[in-house]
Design a protein around this ligand. Sequence first.
Ligand SMILES: [Zn+2]
Length: 467
Amino acid sequence: MSFMKLLLYNSLNRRKEEFIPTQKQQVGLYTCGPTVYNFAHIGNLRTYIFEDILKRVLLYNGYRVKHVMNITDVGHLTGDRDMGEDKMEKGAAREGRSAWEIAEFYTRAFKADIARLNIIEPDIWVKATDTIEDQITLIQTLEEKGYTYQTGDGIYFDTSKFADYTKLSHQNIESLQEGARVEKNPEKRNPTDFALWKFSPKDVRRQMEWNSPWGIGFPGWHIECSAMSMKFLDNQLDIHCGGTDHIDVHHTNEIAQSEAATGKKFFNFWMHGAFLIIAGGKKMAKSEENFLTLENAFVKAGINPLVYRFAAFQTHYRKPMEYSSESVQAARNGLQHLQNQVRQVTQGAAGRTAAVNEAFKSKFLAEINDDLSMPRAMAVVQEMLKSTMADAEKLATILSFDTVLGLELDQVDKTGALPPAVQKLFEDRQAARSAKDWTASDRLRDAIQELGYTVQDTKEGMKIIKN
Ligand SMILES: [Zn+2]
């Protein structure tokens, strides 16, 4: 275990707080997953990168992490306040496939995306459609406790009965009511009330619908996350994450219904990743219909998706991240430079091993433990690599840091391996230099040069860089 304090910004209290899990060494982490009706856009993926860093930082601090992520495959409507169409059925109609096929297809696409970003998979994936019974039970509890009422189109949660409804959003309830009034549903008692269960329309047979004590229908989006997180993280509700757009409605409603049902605090820490801003100041959103995916912006453009991961480290997760072709190019250069540095220290280490440098490890830990300050942690990475430490020590230290960075720096030497002929000359020259045979050394340097590589003799030994 690390003995350095881990400070995380808690949206509930709007300040950085020391993180202490409910159970000694294991952390319960719930991250709101994708609604699988379309590809994730790179703005969505920024949030998953932030959550992956959080998880890796917890692991680096010596905690075990039980990570649950849901797949929303029903119930998420196009309007956040229970209005509009079901996104799944809309996606199905768009593509001429069934809602179930759409869910399957985009779940697979999402998993491929996070794998390409080297995001560690959650321990538990859970589909909303696999926990319908749990959701119904939770709604029944709320009904017994008097928090629900029925309208023509569903069962609703009465937000006026939950005293601290705005404790996460910190919004003024009147302005919130005013904002919610835009999407009118005359049967709601309060504009902020939300659906727990929606009835299937009488004249339409939905593709996804279930029996319930109230009639055939489907669950609301918010109840899904409450039921799934309580089911799997019951006694360790430590950290719940999502994008900042989840604060006002989705997470606010999750807290209200969960705490109303259990009478207990629902998650100690709430953490939120900020938006991606496309050059020109627009927030990326699926509804804009011109969104960038990892596939079209990176893979098809021949850019390693890890460039996007690297790019995300340049901005603190709570600040909007600017995205442009220039920022991608800068990240591309930055990652390449880092890979070259690692390749050089690998060569310099020449198979020698060393321990991780504790002083630099403490420095790195101090930054990541200060609310995941990745821009400053990346500065420590450069400071360490440019220090006068021996290459073997640098290599051990950067590979330790990479368990947090997740940039696959341990693969750099393999992908950038020297051709056998160059490797042979490299080893001959090392032998010549050990024997102080400078004539042979110079001749071998020229031979290496002819094969397209530059030799550098540094304090830490010989390095070879591809021209
Ligand atoms: Zn959620």
